[in-house]
Every structure is written in C-alpha cells, then in structure tokens.
Design a protein around this ligand. Structure first.
Ligand code: CAA
Length: 251
C-alpha cells in the first residue's frame, strides 16, 4: 500500500502518499489507490476535512511517474491524464475542505494535486513548479487551468512555459500557497481541526460556490494525450530516465 489513510479525532483524515524511492511520484498503482481513497472519503460523512501530504522529508509528490509515461501511446496517455484529473477533481469538488501539506517537491502532477486542494501550506524547503515543458509535454492533471485560476494567467504562463521551480517564499508571494510554515503538517492539521468544527453544510455550499467558474479541463486532458504522439515527448521523457539533456527537434 502506498497511500496511507489515518483517521484523526474530530473527523480529520490524513492521506499520505508513500513512494519515497521515487520522491512520491505517482505510478498507475499509486494514483489509482489515491483516486479510490479520495472517492471513499468524498462519500464518507464522518470524514470532515482531508489533509494530503507526502511521506518522508523530501517530497510532497515529484509528479507523474516519468519512467512510466515514456512508453505511453496517445490513447494510454489520455486515460492516464483522465485518472489524474479525477483525483484532482475529487480534491477540488468533494463536499468538504481539502488541504495540501506541501513538505518538499510538488512538481508537475504533484503541484496539480496541491492545486486541486482548497488550501495549500508549504514547508520552507518546498519547491513547486510545472516542469513538463522540459519533458516535451504539458501539465496534464489540471495545471494549465487551476494554476491560472489560483495565481493569475501571467504567473501560470511564466511557470508553465519556462518550467522553472519556485521556492516556498516565491510560492507565497505569487499566491500559490496560503502560508509557509514549519512543521507544515502540524499547521495543516491544526487548520483542519478548526474547519472540522464548522458547519459541514455551510462548508459544502461555500466550497461549491467558490468553485463555480468555467474551465477547460477536458480540453487539457485531450491535448495532453495528443502530445504523446510527438517525437519530442518521447525524447524528453526518455532523457529524464537516461539522466541526460533532451534534444528537441520540433517533431
Ligand atoms: N517520475 C519518476 N521517477 C522520479 C520522478 C518522477 N516524476 N521524480 C523523481 N524520480 C526518481 C528519480 O528518477 C530517482 O530515481 P533513481 O534513484 O532510481 O534514479 C529518485 O526519484 C530520486 O530523484 P533524484 O535522484 O532525481 O533526486 P534529486 O534530489 O537529484 O532531484 C528532483 C529531485 C528535482 C525533484 C528530480 O527528481 C526531478 O526533476 N524529478 C522530476 C520532476 C518532474 O519533472 N515532474 C513532472 C513529471 S511530468 C507530470 O507530472 C505530467 C503531468 O502533469 C501529469
């Protein structure tokens, strides 16, 4: 099991992604497990607030598993994108607050899962970003839409087009996280305990209203998959696994 569910007092539930040898990057098994646990928690009235974090000292989630993606055909990449979208959508839409405790790297799909959460707290050593462009692909689990919604289009274009990582202080300045605090999990659990005392019905409606806005999430899932037909995607994904700099040709 690589997704641990720990039920705390008062209806706070801590979900920990634990695949530390890959910096908690999500392969099919782990992402499916995460999606299944989130589905259960969405339905479970005794779960009042969900906190999501990564195991270990180094990473929240270092993204989708790049080694797995290296061999995906466009149709498979679409299904993979859809699975990540479902997990992020569950975090965004489940009728109770969700909080990301970002304890290290939150890159690519990791940043996108954090963006699905209602609140984001970061440790001072957190590093966030959407580095997909350097793999010859694009964010595929909601990043192009949610990053723009959370931080504004200018910031989203900067991070998605350059693929650069931001440190915790910059993440706070651009509104990507709500606070930088150590130890981050303690703060997230503290806020969760406070939220768990509020009216679940009012929280549910507040969250639903705050989420009302048109998006283009389906379009993102579609085009993410299409890119896997390109040689550049194959080159970018293979170069990571082979620990070398990719050579992009435009094909
Ligand atoms: N997928 C698969 N394996 C990963 C991974 C990922 N996303 N991130 C890290 N790992 C693995 C590394 O390959 C390495 O494994 P080995 O020991 O077997 O070589 C292990 O985790 C430790 O990583 P590093 O040795 O690279 O650790 P570091 O401290 O030197 O660097 C890092 C840390 C900067 C986060 C670096 O690991 C890195 O750049 N990772 C990739 C980040 C990334 O590009 N994420 C986006 C993925 S694409 C995506 O998520 C698409 C989407 O939108 C759905």
């Amino acid at each position: 099991m690589s997704v641990l569910v720990d039920r705390r007092d008062g209806g706070v539930v801590l979900v920990t992604i634990d695949r530390q040898d890959a910096l908690n990057a999500l392969n099919v098994e782990t992402l499916t497990e995460l999606r299944d646990r989130l589905r259960e928690l969405a339905e479970d009235e005794s779960a009042r607030v969900v906190v999501l974090t990564g195991a270990g000292e180094k990473a929240f989630v270092a993204g989708a598993d790049i080694k797995y993606m290296g061999s995906l055909a466009p149709d498979e990449a679409k299904a993979w994108g859809a699975l990540g979208h479902e997990a992020a959508r569950l975090l965004e839409e489940m009728p109770k607050p969700t909080i990301a405790a970002i304890n290290g790297f939150a890159l690519g799909g990791g940043c996108e899962l954090a963006l699905g959460c209602d609140l984001r707290y970061a440790s001072s050593r957190a590093r966030l970003g959407q580095p997909e462009i350097d793999l010859g692909i694009v964010p595929g689990w909601g990043g192009t839409q949610r990053l723009a919604r959370v931080c504004g289009l200018g910031v989203a274009k900067d991070l998605v087009l350059t693929g650069r990582m931001v440190d915790a202080e910059e993440a706070l300045r651009i509104g990507l996280v709500n606070a930088v605090v150590d130890p981050v999990l303690d703060r997230a659990l503290e806020v969760a305990a406070k939220l768990a005392e509020k009216s679940p019905g009012a929280l549910r409606v507040a969250k639903r209203l705050l989420n009302l806005s048109p998006g283009a999430l389906e379009r993102e899932a579609e085009e993410f998959g299409d890119l896997f037909a390109s040689e550049d995607a194959k080159e970018g994904l293979a170069a990571f696994a082979e620990k070398r700099t990719p050579r992009f040709t435009g094909r």
